[in-house]
Design a protein around this ligand. Structure first.
Ligand code: C5P
Length: 391
């Protein structure tokens, strides 16, 4: 269930007696660490109240497609973009038909149409409705559209019938949802990631640093853990909590980061840190006083951590980042070659620093791939899959 931590999940509820189980599903999602926003169809509200779901999710429940108040806060497109995963449980025969046909006649169906996140449907209906050819045709069409179908289960139904059509139990739905993020792509591999800025001391109270937030490096650490890797995260000072199951090494200066990196044997090295290129040649052990009208600080070059690791005899698969303000592609390709690394991820420095979203293009020796602008968590998962393809 680890892989649901911090995932943004839309829990959709449609009209069916199994909707009472959605309350437990919501509770389990929250317990697994997910952020949950509930979207209910009008029929769902006949079976379970939005108030119950609001209390359990801790968020306002969304029910209307055309709701001025909701649109101002979070409208259907924002909700669709926000989601890392959409789980609809229970899914009625009617909702299956509507989604299979790409209808956008209520909020939940519209979100399913607008979302790029995976969509998991947990059908629940009478066994005769489930086995009806129309429903089975809709099922085939949904699978062709890459929708994940969870269940249904066999057994006794609310109407007294026995057969296929019961909604899976909430715990089973959670287990299947967690698997969607666990690609296992890097199972058994050691990944070392540098993240955040470095701080180069001038005196006991001052330093040189930069605006790196560490968000991309931390998102990659989470994605690598989800992919089954053993992850060391060597982090400069940031305001972030390390993902669970990550071996966190806190450092300040580039030299400390280099030492930690050389002490972390790995098969994949991902350098995301914005390492200061220079550091003061001398660090004053006393606070420097403002006596003169001007002062000069002599700087010396810092070691290139990525190039050092890539220069090792038995080097890991090395990934670098190129945050540039101009000539993105040529600068990225130059770094790929000069640092003798395997993959470089280029982005605009002004867009990426301290931002939750990124727009990147990955280059390797005989290929490249532009990723759609997206949240760093999603970009990180896509980059892990590219690394998996290349190693
Ligand atoms: O040379 P430049 O700083 O533009 O290269 C950026 C890439 O190299 C990033 O992946 C960064 O983490 C890494 N790097 C490093 N050590 C340095 C400078 C950059 O590991 N001293």
């Amino acid at each position: 269930m680890q892989s649901l931590i911090n995932k943004q999940v839309i829990l959709g509820i449609t009209g069916g007696i199994a909707a009472y189980k959605s309350a437990e599903l919501c509770r389990l999602l929250i317990k697994a660490g997910a952020n949950v926003r509930v979207v209910m169809t009008s029929a769902a509200c006949e079976f379970i109240t939005p108030l119950t779901m609001q209390a359990l999710s801790g968020n306002r429940v969304h029910t209307e497609l055309l709701d001025e108040e909701a649109e101002a806060a979070m409208g259907h497109i924002e909700l669709a973009r926000w989601a890392d995963l959409i789980i609809v449980a229970p899914v009625s025969a009617n909702f299956m038909a509507r989604v299979a046909n790409g209808e956008a006649n209520d909020l939940l169906a519209t979100i399913c149409l607008a979302a790029t996140a995976p969509i998991a449907l947990a059908p629940a209906m009478n066994q005769a409705m489930w086995s009806n050819q129309n429903t089975q045709d809709n099922l085939t069409s949904l699978k062709l559209k890459d929708m994940q179908i969870f269940g249904p289960a066999d057994g006794e139904q609310a109407c007294g019938d026995i057969g296929l059509g019961r909604m899976l139990e909430p715990i089973e739905i959670i287990e299947q949802a967690a698997k969607l993020f666990k690609s296992g792509a890097l199972a058994g591999l050691r990944v070392c990631i540098t993240a955040g800025p470095t701080r180069e001391a001038i005196d006991p109270v001052r330093y040189i640093s930069n605006h790196s937030s560490g968000k991309m490096g931390y998102a990659l650490a989470q994605a690598a853990v989800d992919a089954g890797a053993k992850v060391s995260l060597i982090s400069g000072p940031v305001d972030l909590v390390a993902p669970p199951h990550v071996d966190l090494v806190n450092v300040e200066s580039a030299e400390q980061m280099l030492n930690a990196a050389t002490d972390s044997p790995c098969e994949i090295f991902i350098a995301v840190a914005a390492v200061a290129d220079y550091r003061p040649q001398l660090i004053s052990n006393k606070k420097i006083k403002k006596i003169k009208d001007s002062m000069q600080l002599k700087l010396v070059k810092n070691p290139d951590i990525l190039a050092t690791i890539a220069g090792q005899k038995s080097k890991p698969f090395c990934v670098g980042f190129a945050a540039e303000t101009e000539n993105l592609e040529s600068n990225a390709l130059k770094k790929l070659k000069n640092k003798k690394i395997d993959l470089i991820v280029a982005n605009h420095a002004t867009e990426t620093f301290n931002n939750d979203e990124a727009s990147v293009k990955a280059y390797w020796h005989n290929g490249d791939r532009a990723l759609k602008p997206n949240k760093k968590e999603k970009i990180a998962r896509e980059l892990i899959l590219i690394i998996k393809e290349l190693i």
